[in-house]
Design a protein around this ligand. Structure first.
Ligand code: ZN
Length: 502
């Protein structure tokens, strides 16, 4: 083996080990850590992340990448793991060395504390105690973005962190194009009130039975529990410490069945991606999903295109009825299908239906731009939040817990992140269209509770590659096209015209 490549891989493995150890501490903070541990945990995370960053931006790694870049494609060919690794590290190295390690560490400790403050503020509906934390996070995020000057938009470097190559102007154009059509569709659906009933989804659903049923679906999808586990958190997520240790968390609500049911399918979608990455990429940093948008396309694909489809419930509804005979015994499969797809403007993003969901995202994206530019002051954020909800969805929260405090993202410094949820929705349909073309019996398989062909296709075409290609390259390889909102909007129009007889 090429000695320089071998050295590079050794150095990268050390960085990855530190990053994954930090991820493990962060997972533990959200699952089991007592609140008293927050201060020490913030320091531990700052140390680990600062160290990982310092080890990565060294001249040694920079030099190795430079020397290997000169010959990599002639020697190995563009698609190989070797050439991909060199391209990947070159991009990351160029990006990361622009940010001082001290700032990385400061962001890690500030966000670890802000996250605790957020959890408490949300619980007590107390935005004022969270506001100074959020101010610190925004100041540091702005500093971080400024490291990348010159840029056409201050938001570009933040977006690029989660969706490499994507520009703010592209997102603005895409969102502007979608917004009116979505609002129009919501209004049409709203005029058909009473067509879809969902009262039976509210009740008293035993949490142990919910958990068991969710795990049964997870296993059927192909989630390997010898290489994964499920825990409970305030905000559901998926994380991974290696290809063989990919964990999900879930939030259970005994009063509303869909919450944990679809939340589990969603996180399992993320987990299947991570578990399906080629072991050859282990400890290189490429052993993870290529971008948050592509990642989200997979969680949404399993949650919505599979989990909220009629064929899926042909197999699973009789089983769900057996688990909750009192609550669902009298409900038909068709009524259930319509109920879980009911469209209704609401306050909480994670529980939103497929039509209104993207409006929740557009609101957050617009607010982030205003916060970063300084046009919106944090004192005015809760009010601005309410105004936008009224304008786009016709509803407004009565408190901040259901408003500006509902998401964990800003507290953990994930600014520039929200847009990737909508990118994921768009891509989920584009990619699923390709699966349907390639697997003729897909619907029949799904209606029998058999997901092998689907999982196999996704592994071969998407998962195994990890971060070998850029998101744009990957989407082009699979779909032969670039990202487009039209297929997604058509999908919504068709599905909801049918459900609401529009
Ligand atoms: Zn997700």
């Amino acid at each position: 083996m090429n000695i320089k490549l071998q050295t590079l891989k050794m150095r990268l493995a050390e960085v990855v080990d530190l990053q994954r150890s930090a991820a493990l501490l962060s997972w533990e903070q959200q699952t089991y850590m007592p609140p008293g541990g927050a201060k020490a945990r913030a320091e531990q995370l700052a140390t680990l992340q600062g160290l990982a960053h310092r080890l990565f931006i060294t001249d040694e790694i920079g030099g190795l990448v430079k020397e290997l870049s000169n010959s990599s494609e002639q020697q190995w060919g563009y698609d190989t793991n070797e050439a991909s690794l060199i391209r990947f590290v070159a991009r990351q190295h160029e990006r990361e060395r622009k940010v001082p390690s001290e700032l990385v560490a400061e962001l890690a400790s500030t966000t670890a504390l802000a996250q605790e403050a957020w959890a408490l503020a949300r619980q007590n509906d107390d935005y004022p105690t969270f506001q100074p934390h959020l101010q610190r996070v925004i100041n540091l995020t702005r500093q971080q973005a400024e490291c990348f000057a010159p840029y056409s938009h201050l938001y570009d470097p933040l977006l690029d962190k989660y969706e490499p190559g994507m520009k703010t102007s592209e997102v603005q154009k895409m969102f502007t194009g979608m917004k009116d059509e979505l609002i129009d569709l919501v209004n049409k659906i709203n005029s058909r009130t009473g067509v879809v009933k969902n009262e039976f989804l509210y009740g008293d659903f035993d949490i142990d039975r919910q958990r068991e049923f969710g795990l049964c679906i997870a296993k059927k999808f192909g989630y390997d529990l010898d290489r994964g586990r499920q825990d409970e958190t305030l905000h559901p997520f998926c994380t991974h410490f290696s290809i063989d240790d990919v964990r999900i968390t879930t939030r259970f609500d005994n009063g509303f069945l869909p919450s944990a049911l679809f939340g589990t399918m969603h996180e399992v979608g993320h987990a299947l991606y991570e578990q399906g990455i080629s072991p050859d990429l282990d400890r290189t940093g490429m052993d993870t999903g290529v971008s948050l948008g592509v990642h989200e396309s997979q969680s949404r694909l399993w949650e919505n295109l599979v989990g909220r489809s009629q064929s899926f419930w042909m197999h699973f509804f009789p089983k769900l009825q057996m688990v909750f005979p009192e609550e669902l015994g009298e409900v038909t499969q068709d009524e259930f299908y319509r109920a879980i797809n009911r469209c209704e403007p609401s306050l909480i993003r994670v529980e939103a239906d497929e039509v209104t969901y993207n409006l929740h995202i557009i609101i957050r994206f617009e607010l982030e731009l205003e916060l970063l530019s300084g046009d919106l002051h944090l004192n005015d954020l809760p009010g601005a939040w309410r105004e936008k909800y009224k304008d786009y969805l016709g509803v407004a929260p009565h408190n901040d817990a259901d408003g500006v405090l509902q998401d964990i993202h800003w507290s953990i410094g994930a600014i520039g992140y929200f847009a990737t949820y909508t990118i994921g929705n768009l891509l989920s349909v584009q990619l699923f269209d390709c699966v349907q073309t390639d697997i003729i019996d897909l619907e029949a398989d799904i209606s029998k509770g058999n997901f092998d062909s689907l999982l196999h296709w996704l592994r071969e075409n998407i998962y195994c590659h990890g971060s070998k290609f850029t998101p744009v390259e990957l989407v082009e390889r699979v779909t032969g096209d670039s990202m487009d909102s039209r297929p997604y909007l058509n999908y919504l129009q068709n599905k909801y015209s049918d459900i609401y007889n529009l």
